[in-house]
Design a protein around this ligand. Structure first.
Ligand code: TXA
Ligand code: MG
Length: 348
């Protein structure tokens, strides 16, 4: 299959959107930008189209897809018994990086929801995404546009690395603004529950809803506790190199990383370091990359996946990373980083 690459970095191009919408309405696959990560879109209400997503990604069929909408009223076709909390959250955070799990209607095929009786719904903030959703019929299933097991794409070139020749079109809308997948909150239980942390923090959700809980599996080291979002149970992504997170006071972390790097280099190995704009100059060896600034935590979220992809292209045997427990996005950043590190944390 030939994959068409279209650029749409400066606002909506109606002609391209019309063409991409047509592909979606005919059951094809289009990757598109969102404010979190790039999505791999298909018509969510067309079982065959949704099934193609699993094939293109190599994704297990029990891992449900998020249905993307562009207008609040669209929700009534795909969800039933919509609680008042959903409207409150939509008013506060949509369009934006929040996904809500609701009871599904019969209009949504079980292929889309991985066999579940619930449906995850999100209205993305990126205007190209919303224009495409409308052009494509209003209901677009879109997981992150990576091959299963690779970091989510935050740039169109990442999508091309994984999906060129496999899907119909890629729309390049520039770098993803947030860089980590949306927060998922489940509204089908007694208390709203966060199934995946993201830019919209527990505190922001509590500000609107009062009490909000976090799925225990996300904060526990016990791997026997199954996460409630099926996708969170997969070790999303393991870098080719061994990744270690070094935690502790700023000075000790820098000393420890320098020591580990020196040891490895003495043994003739090439290693990587993930630091920040603030610490970058303090490291003495290895391939040193700055993930962003601690003064602007969104830059850290934005660069995490692309740095991991960059290290995969290089022949490093180990990567040592600082810990990024920043105030708002720290939980989301560390959730993804700890998974990538397979829980290898060195405390100093
Ligand atoms: O930011 C995002 O949400 C991106 C962009 C493209 O919108 N999409 C995304 O999709 O991250 P994906 O497929 O990579 O992750 C979806 C997650 C998975 O962990 C899945 O198990 C969970 O959402 N999920 C989907 N439907 C669910 C449901 N009904 N109940 C519980 N978890 C669900
Ligand atoms: Mg994903």
């Amino acid at each position: 299959m030939r994959t068409v690459m279209e650029c749409m970095r400066d606002g909506i191009d109606e002609e391209i959107i019309g063409c991409a919408g047509e592909i979606l309405r005919r059951g094809g696959l289009v990757a598109f930008p969102t404010e979190t990560v790039y999505g791999l879109g298909a018509n969510a209400l067309d079982e065959k189209a949704a099934a193609k997503i699993y094939g293109a990604k190599g994704r297990p069929s029990d891992n449900p897809l998020i249905v993307h909408i562009a207008d609040w009223d669209a929700i009534e076709k795909i969800a039933v018994d919509i609680p008042v909390e959903a409207k409150l959250l939509a008013d506060a955070f949509w369009p934006g990086p929040l996904t809500m799990v609701l009871k599904k209607s019969d209009a949504v095929p079980l292929t889309t929801t991985g066999g579940l009786s619930t449906v995850a719904v999100r209205m993305p903030g990126h205007e190209v995404a919303r224009a495409l959703i409308r052009a494509g019929g209003g209901y677009i299933a879109a997981p992150s546009a990576n091959t299963s097991g690779r970091p989510s794409p935050t740039k169109a070139v990442h999508v091309a690395e994984d999906m060129d020749g496999v899907i119909d079109m890629i729309i390049d809308g520039g770098d993803a603004e947030i860089g980590l997948e949306s927060t998922i909150v489940d509204l089908t239980g007694d208390v709203p529950m966060i199934l995946r942390p993201g830019y919209i923090s527990q505190r922001m959700l509590s500000g609107v809803l009062g009490s909000v809980e976090t799925d225990r599996a996300l904060i526990s080291d016990d791997s026997n506790i199954k996460p409630k979002a099926p996708g969170m149970k997969y070790r999303h992504y393991a870098p080719k190199a061994d990744l270690f997170i070094i935690e502790g006071s700023e000075r000790k972390v820098r000393e420890k990383i320098n020591m580990l790097v020196a040891e490895q280099m003495d043994a003739g190995r090439i290693v990587g370091v993930i630091g920040t704009d603030e610490s970058f100059g303090c490291y003495h060896g290895g391939v040193i990359k700055s993930i962003g600034s601690r003064a602007d935590e969104i830059t850290i979220a934005q660069h995490l996946y692309s740095i991991l992809r960059e290290f995969d292209e290089m022949d490093v045997s180990a990567i040592y990373s600082e810990s990024f427990d920043t105030p708002q996005m720290g939980q989301a950043i560390m959730n993804r980083l700890i998974k990538a590190a397979g829980h290898q944390i060195i405390t100093v």
